[in-house]
Design a protein around this ligand. Structure first.
Ligand code: HEM
Length: 237
């Protein structure tokens, strides 16, 4: 088991209760990010604080946090440009788009997007997953007994608890299935509704951790399919 996971589970095991989001999920997401960037967890508390301020702080904190994060990512990018490593930042700084290298500004944008996109999304998913397992001790027991079923269970939990909604802006007036949308209208494509569509899923309101049908759209679809959708394969250093 990874160092980070050991620390988190040790802490949780030692106390009789924990706040899953604060004590585990939110720090975990930032540590995964650091791991993918080839960094240790030594600066993780500071980064966790900045991300929290950026996403949920007031205007002053948000601005300060944004500046700190952008300069943190800028410095990391500069160091990987000087000396490459086997990590995501090296991949980003060496990437070619339409035959040209990505600019420093683009690198910072990608670095920030990676960090932010994988934070509340993953933490919210973990929170829902834990709450579901807490309510269903027999599911906990069965996953402990047969851990090879966990990957399938995660898929079903992503279907059942889809937290990210897809928003688009209509580029022209359109009539869709009797609903009029005008150019400039915001259109919300609710993933949680699609994932519970009885025309697509048998007994969609039943959470069946052994369900094999994983055609859900919790990660979106099409050209903007979530970049993190394949991350369960990532291993921390
Ligand atoms: C359970 C966790 C996650 C969920 C439910 C989720 C969900 C989504 C959804 C629905 C979209 C599509 C948004 C749209 O079409 O407007 C998206 C896009 C994206 N996600 Fe995630 N995400 C998760 C985790 C992550 C992680 C860990 C990363 C970090 C690598 C990430 C990076 C991205 C990026 C970069 C995009 C934009 C892709 C694009 O526009 O081309 N996501 N995500």
């Amino acid at each position: 088991m990874d160092v980070q996971e050991t620390t988190a589970s040790d802490l949780i095991a030692r106390s009789t209760r924990c706040d899953v989001l604060k004590d585990f999920a939110l720090p975990f997401t930032v540590k995964v990010y650091l791991g993918s960037m080839g960094l240790s967890n030594s600066g993780s508390d500071e980064l966790i604080g900045w991300v929290s301020d950026l996403l949920h702080g007031n205007d002053v904190k948000r601005t300060e946090a944004a500046q700190s994060i952008v300069s943190f990512i800028g410095e990391l990018a500069a160091s990987r440009r000087k000396q490459s490593a086997a990590d995501s930042m090296t991949y980003i700084v060496q990437a070619q788009v339409q035959g040209r290298c990505v600019t420093d500004e683009e690198v910072r944008g990608i670095g920030v997007l990676f960090l932010i996109a994988g934070r509340d999304t993953v933490a919210a998913a973990l929170g829902f997953d834990m709450a579901n397992l807490a309510r269903n001790p027999e599911d906990q027991e069965s996953l402990r007994r047969e851990p090879t079923r966990i990957a399938t269970a995660v898929e079903e939990l992503l279907r059942a608890y889809s937290t990210v909604q897809i928003i688009r802006v209509a580029t022209k007036d359109v009539d869709f299935e009797g609903v009029s949308m005008l150019k400039g209208d915001f259109v919300s494509c609710a993933t949680m509704i699609a994932n519970c569509d009885p025309a697509e899923f048998m007994c969609p309101d039943t959470i069946d951790l052994a369900r094999q049908d994983h055609r859900y759209i919790a990660f979106g679809y099409g050209p903007h399919l979530c970049l993190g959708a394949n991350l369960p394969g990532v291993r921390l250093p």
